[in-house]
Every structure is written in structure tokens, then in C-alpha cells.
Design a binder for this molecule. Structure first.
Ligand code: 4NP
Length: 163
């Protein structure tokens, strides 16, 4: 049987954007009965929130859309994730550069490894500037805007990976 595709979503704190992407993408995968085809996780390039649940404002926003993030816990991105995962999706350019820099300094610089690192919004049908804006210092509207971007892109991502 075909091995599952291992997908990792990465942001800075792993308490807002990437846990949302993990939860939304898992929700879509379950709705399509494709659980056996994917392994899904998220991580942050920073370590401040390791072990914590997602930000309560992100949990509330996701819950408004029928998605439960409450059981997720933050972890920090580790160099070996470059080998473990098939697709590593950075929420913004800063996260992308940090992942590439970790790849460089850790020696996990096999070119085939680096191709698996992409910007999340490279799958967005309307990618704007290509970044998922960080809602952490924003208000409820910013969290909802983040949800809309992440959800739209997650749909396109699943369509792309299911082809
Ligand atoms: P995230 O948002 O990267 O989407 O999880 C942030 C959460 C926390 C911090 C920054 C961004 N922080 O500085 O603690």
C-alpha cells in the first residue's frame, strides 16, 4: 500500500497559524475519508510556547467554524523534521528562511530535502503577498481573516495532493 504523505505546517509560535492549518487540513481529510493517505502535524520555529495549547482566540475562531484545535500542543521545529516530512509548509517568509537556515546548519541540505519546503500560500488560489499574516497582536477580525486564508488554501492544498 502507498505510504501516507507526511505534511508539516510551520509558523513562529505554533499557537496560531500552523495549529489552525493542521486542524483545518485534518478536518478536510477526515471529511473526504482520506485519513490513511496523510500524516498531519505542525510546529513553530520558536520555542516559547512548547507544550501549550493553541492561543484561545485561535481555538475560538476555529470552533466558530466547527473545528476543534483544543487538543493540539505546540512543538518546536527540529532539523530531523526535514527528513521525516514529505511536505513542509511555511506560513510566512520569515518561517521559510528559518527552516532553510536550519537545513543549512544541520547538514540536512540534500537538495531533494529542500524542495519539500514551500510557502503555504503557494497553494492559495489568491495568494496576495504570499504570507499568512500573524494575528497574534491583532483582534478578532484578524483571527477570522487568518481563518479565511488558511481554510481556502487548505482546500486547494488537499485538491493538489489528491491528484
Ligand atoms: P504563530 O503566532 O506564529 O501564528 O503561532 C505567534 C504566536 C506567538 C508569538 C508570535 C507569533 N510570540 O511572539 O510569542
Amino acid at each position: 500500500m502507498k505510504q501516507p504523505t507526511k505534511v508539516l505546517f510551520v509558523c513562529l509560535g505554533n499557537i496560531c497559524r500552523s495549529p489552525l492549518a493542521e486542524g483545518v487540513f485534518r478536518h478536510l481529510v477526515q471529511a473526504a475519508s482520506l485519513e490513511k493517505q496523510f500524516e498531519i502535524a505542525s510546529a513553530g520555529t520558536g520555542n516559547w510556547h512548547v507544550g501549550n495549547p493553541p492561543d484561545r482566540r485561535m481555538v475560538a475562531t476555529a470552533r466558530n467554524h466547527g473545528i476543534d484545535l483544543s487538543k493540539q500542543r505546540a512543538q518546536q521545529f527540529k532539523p530531523h523534521f526535514l527528513e521525516t516530512y514529505d511536505l513542509i509548509l511555511a506560513m510566512d517568509g520569515q518561517n521559510y528562511e528559518t527552516i532553510l537556515s536550519i537545513a543549512g546548519t544541520s547538514g540536512a541540505l540534500d537538495p531533494s530535502d529542500l524542495q519539500k519546503v514551500k510557502m503555504y500560500r503557494s497553494f492559495d488560489p489568491t495568494p496576495d503577498d504570499g504570507h499568512v499574516p500573524d494575528p497574534y497582536y491583532g483582534d478578532a477580525q484578524d483571527f477570522e481573516a487568518c481563518y479565511q486564508i488558511v481554510a481556502r488554501t487548505a482546500k486547494a492544498l488537499l485538491k493538489d495532493l489528491s491528484q
